[in-house]
Design a protein around this ligand. Sequence first.
Ligand code: ATP
Ligand code: MG
Length: 411
Amino acid sequence: MKMSRIFTKTLRDAPKDETAKNGALLTRAGFIHKEMAGVYDYLPLGLIVIEKIKNVIREELNKLGCEEVLMSALQNPEPWEKTGRFDDQEVDIWFKTALSSGGELGLAPTHEEPMVNMLKSYISSYKDLPVYVYQFQTKFRNELRAKSGIMRGREFLMKDLYSFHTSEEDLDKFYAQVEQAYACIFKRLGLGDSTFETFASGGIFSKYSHEYQTFLPVGEDTVYYNPDKSLVFNKEVFTDEVLDEFKAVREDFRETNAAEVGNIFKLKFKYTEPLGLKFADENNESKTIYMGCYGIGVSRVMGVIAEKYADDKGLVWPEEVAPFKYHLVAIGESGTKVADDLYSEFADKILYDDRASARPGEKFADADLIGLPYRIVISDKTLTEDSVEVTDRRTGETRMVKTIDLKGLFL
Ligand code: ATP
Ligand code: MG
């Protein structure tokens, strides 16, 4: 990608109503554009980050045999009425709209009901199970507060996976595989050291569910962390009763702010029972299907990464999610010649600041703001030493690389 061609521009200041650091920096660097509170556009650089996050998740889920779909955002109230969740008393974040032909539709805040309902057309026998289905989809939630940038949207991107099983043991087995996959995903996304599987309340059907909480000062959640036992509880379950069960004492826990980047749930029959998703077993007996669900907030993850790694100069992207690995800055005539050549060969890994009108200082400041892992500067001066300058955005360390070794960086 060439800076001279991107329609976005870096901004010196963030919009006044953007109080969250992630929102402000991502806007200034040209990754997102704010439409209104909790509603954002993803611009060329931001969309690449989203796609990279999705691909990490996709790769790890596909290893488990999960199948990707894309379900509708518009919701028929019918299946939701069967579980009682179309009721605004029950679910208070619905966006609903009237059909001009009469009746009402909802905009999906999540997809348990339509997923279970859809699968009734395809699953009837134990031979059809297990099934693991996921999607990346825009969810709509009429959140009361939306002041955390892209960490809390009224329209946001979620990965939601649903699993269906003939037995509780099979559900348990798959749940454990998803736990492994999630550990892998958050590690690859650069959040491995700061993201903890956290005990949360499981509702009626299983004692606990798990949240994936990234420790972050501006996180909206409060969790309790015991470093010795690497045990984390959310606020709901941090009770004397639960502590007793884990043979833990309150004094050994530290209170920390965190952002929930994902969660996993053993739902068992919660939705399959009221919606009548059943299978015939080996003896042709009709039984209700066991279900699990597994979410990751894709756009929230992007906000959390931005928030977590940014420094006073701007964004700092971990390599797996950076829109490009290298930010190439050319200075002077011969610098530009070498840079053009490098770009033509490795365009997919380079954001090339080829702007003739921008001063070097401006280019360096933009490189810092955009936050790609490495900045390469090729100038007439570095070329007098047959070298280019490579700077690590995270550590600030600079080294000289000989021009004959330059292409080696990309292979
Ligand atoms: P929260 O407590 O933060 O509202 P939730 O429990 O309502 O989250 P789920 O319904 O389980 O969230 O959704 C799955 C994932 O989607 C969450 O773990 C989170 O990462 C993400 N998510 C939920 N709500 C939002 C939102 N308004 N904006 C961005 N991401 C969200
Ligand atoms: Mg919520």
